[in-house]
Design a protein around this ligand. Structure first.
Ligand code: UT7
Length: 338
């Protein structure tokens, strides 16, 4: 039987209208544009405010991104078989965000579910989506990654709030017998609760007056510890996936890294010897959108991509969760140029 591969056939994305720049950030907490640019590489971030979202949460971002994807690809909504949403900020514990998105888009023949793997969520979701297609059971699915990180950001904590922004992206994945698409992944998870977590709101610490008073419903991060693990684990994963697939600095077209800190992104690229102009970077105006960073990179760089380009995705997040994937890009960016 011919081998089935899972190929990306389109990209959608959405970032909210409101832009919170470093000048405004420096009026919220004790920080400066210089510090944020030098230590993180962020100039501004998009924030989903109440007046735009009108009661919805991350599903609003996914819905906009998927609407764009459908418009660009002109896919028949009845042919969408599944929607996977990688997010740490679902609208509700239940129903799933995917369920809301499927309703908003009117996908009559789809099932959907959410996946939570923090900032590595989209990387994991692509692997799950590709496996569903490679199994032969599904032909066309949508994989989304995104977060309304502002909903869990403590705007009284200067060590975390400048890092994050809101946004979401998505890809259409389809079956092909060509040698293109998601070829290989190296994914890992370990157990490091302390350096990066949100303490309350789950079943371990249910919401209470005390948990709200102690501000336990926000991101807690020990930045330096997370930084070191992120650089080491992402670099190791990229090296492993490159070696396994005979990818070198000469034949890698793009590294697509999680946008956590520009210093992490360049350190990972340096380790494998790939020049910075082959690294997708949009952290300066997007910040860290958690599950949204990888698809939003694709969204912004899509017009530069060419059929046959070798892409290595890599991400790192709470858990810890991390890994790298190798994708052979299937179409010239001009296919969807506006
Ligand atoms: O996406 C999930 C994975 N997350 C990551 O990968 C994030 C990894 N970590 C990082 O990106 C960095 O560690 C941070 C951006 C979080 C922090 O940068 P850093 O260079 O590691 O700074 P630091 O925490 O070591 O702090 C250095 C100094 C401290 O002052 P002292 O103690 O040296 O006097 C902080 O108090 O900078 C101070 N500082 C700030 N100053 C101005 C911390 N935050 C700020 C701020 N503005 N916003």
């Amino acid at each position: 039987m011919e081998k089935i591969n899972a190929v990306v056939t389109g990209v959608g994305g959405y970032v909210p209208k409101y832009i919170l720049d470093n000048d405004e950030m420096s009026r919220i907490v004790d920080t400066t544009d210089e510090w944020i640019m030098e230590r993180i590489g962020v100039k501004s971030r998009h924030i989903l405010r109440d007046d735009e979202r009108q009661g919805a949460g991350t599903s609003y971002l996914f819905t906009k991104a998927v609407q764009e994807l459908m418009q660009k690809t002109q896919a028949d909504p009845d042919t969408i078989e599944a929607v996977i949403c990688a997010t740490t900020t679902p609208d509700y514990h239940f129903p799933s965000t995917a369920s809301l998105v499927i309703g908003n888009l009117g996908f009559k023949n789809a099932f959907g579910f959410d996946m939570e793997a923090a900032c590595a969520g989209f990387l994991y979701a692509m692997e799950v989506g590709a496996s569903m297609i490679q199994s032969g059971r599904h032909k066309r699915i949508i994989v989304c990654g995104g977060d309304m990180v502002s909903s869990m950001t403590n705007y009284m904590d200067r060590t975390t709030c400048p890092i994050f922004g809101d946004g979401a992206g998505c890809v259409m994945m389809e079956a092909t017998t060509e040698d293109y698409g998601l070829i290989d992944s190296y994914l890992r998870t370990d157990s490091h609760y302390e350096p990066l977590h949100m303490a309350a709101g789950g079943s371990a610490q249910m919401p209470s007056h005390e948990s709200v008073d102690k501000r336990l419903h926000f991101i807690y991060q020990e930045g330096r510890t997370v930084f070191k693990y992120a650089v080491t684990n992402m670099s190791d994963a990229v090296e492993i996936i490159a070696k396994r697939n005979n990818l070198t600095k000469e034949n890698i077209a793009w590294i697509v890294p999680h946008q956590a800190n520009v210093r992490i992104e360049t350190a990972v690229a340096r380790r494998i010897g790939v020049p910075e102009d082959k690294v997708m970077i949009n952290i300066e105006h997007m910040a860290n959108t958690s599950g949204g960073t990888l698809p939003l990179c694709l969204w912004e760089y899509e017009s530069k991509l060419k059929r046959g380009d070798n892409l290595i995705f890599t991400a790192f997040g709470a858990g810890f969760t991390w890994g790298a994937s190798y994708m052979k890009w299937a179409y010239d960016g001009s296919k969807f140029s506006k």
